[in-house]
Ligand binder design. Structure first.
Ligand code: B1M
Length: 220
C-alpha cells in the first residue's frame, strides 16, 4: 500500500505524497532499501522511460526528482549507520556539464553509511575542482557521477588530473550510461553500477592501498 503510494506520488511529482508514503512504510517496518529500490528508484525509472518516449517533459521530470529528493531525505538516517569510525574522506560530484545529482547524493549517503567522511562537490564539477577538493580535504577517493552520454567523456579528464596531481587518491566512476569497459578505457580505478556497491568498491580500494603500502614497508 505505502510502496504503491510512493510510486504514484513520485510519478505525479507530488513530494508530500512521497514523504507520507515513505514515513508510512518506515512505520510499517518496511526496510529502507526496499523503499528505495522498489519504491523511489523503480518509480523514477518509469518516469525516465516516459520521458524518453516523449510522454512527459522536463518540468514533470523535475517535479519527480524533487519528490524523490524529499523521500531520500527521510530515508537518509535509515541508510546511514550512526557512530561509524571514519575510514577516510571521499570527494564526490557530478561531472562538468551534467546537473543530475540524485544518484550522486545516494552514493554519498551510502559512502557515509560505510564510514567515509563525504565532501560533496556538487554538480557540474571540473577535473581541477575535484583534484583541488581532494587535496584540501586529504581525500583518498574521488567519486564521479555522470548521467549523460555527452558528459561521461569528461570523466577521463578527472582521471588524468588526479594522476598528474601526484595525490594518493583513487578515482571511481558511476552513473546510468557507464560500463566497466568505459571505466577501463579511461583508466579509472573502479566502476560500480549502483550506490550500495559504490560504497563496497570505495572500501575495497582503500583496503587495497593499505595492503600495498604495508607490503612496501615490510622488511625484505
Ligand atoms: Co535527465 N536525462 N536530462 N533530468 N534524467 C536522463 C539521464 C535520460 C536517460 C532520460 C531519457 O532520455 N530517458 C537522458 C540522458 C540520455 C543520454 O544521455 N543518453 C536525460 C536527458 C536527455 C536530460 C536533458 C538533456 C533533457 C533536456 O534538457 N532536454 C537534461 C540535461 C541537463 C544537464 O545535466 N545538463 C536533463 C535534465 C533532467 C532534470 C533536471 C529534469 C532531472 C535531474 C534532476 C536532478 O538530478 N536533480 C532529470 C532526471 C531526473 C532524469 C532521469 C529521469 C532520472 C535520473 C535519476 O535521478 N535517476 C533520467 C532517466 C533515467 O535514469 N531513467 C534522465 C534515479 C537515480 C537514483 O539513479 O542517477 O542512475 P541514477 O544513479 C544510480 C546509478 O546510476 C548509480 O547509483 C545510483 C543508484 O544506485 N550511480 C553511481 C550514479 N552515480 C554514481 C557514481 C558512482 C557509482 C554509482 O561512483 C562514483
Amino acid at each position: 500500500m505505502s510502496i504503491g503510494q510512493i510510486r504514484e506520488g513520485l510519478a505525479r511529482g507530488k513530494a508530500a505524497e512521497v514523504t507520507q508514503g515513505v514515513a508510512l512504510a518506515l512505520e510499517q517496518g518496511v526496510g529502507a532499501s526496499v523503499i528505495l529500490n522498489d519504491g523511489l528508484c523503480q518509480a523514477m525509472g518509469a518516469v525516465g522511460e516516459r520521458f524518453r518516449k516523449g510522454e512527459v517533459f522536463v518540468p514533470q521530470v523535475l517535479l519527480a526528482a524533487r519528490a524523490m529528493q524529499r523521500g531520500l531525505e527521510l530515508l537518509k538516517p535509515h541508510l546511514v549507520a550512526a557512530g561509524v569510525e571514519p575510514v577516510g574522506t571521499a570527494v564526490i560530484g557530478t561531472i562538468r556539464g551534467d546537473l543530475h545529482d540524485i544518484g550522486k547524493n545516494l552514493v554519498g549517503m551510502m559512502l557515509e553509511g560505510a564510514g567515509f567522511r563525504v565532501v560533496d562537490a556538487g554538480i557540474g564539477v571540473t577535473a581541477a575542482a575535484f583534484v583541488e577538493l581532494a587535496r584540501a580535504h586529504g581525500a583518498r577517493i574521488i567519486g564521479v557521477s555522470a548521467l549523460l552520454t555527452t558528459t561521461m567523456v569528461h570523466m577521463r579528464e578527472v582521471v588524468e588530473a588526479a594522476r598528474s596531481s601526484g595525490l594518493d587518491v583513487r578515482v571511481m566512476v558511476g552513473g546510468a550510461p557507464l560500463t566497466q569497459a568505459f571505466c577501463d578505457e579511461i583508466g579509472a580505478d573502479g566502476y560500480s553500477p549502483d550506490a550500495a556497491s559504490a560504497a563496497q568498491l570505495a572500501l575495497r580500494l582503500i583496503r587495497q592501498d593499505r595492503e600495498d603500502s604495508a607490503q612496501a614497508q615490510a622488511p625484505m
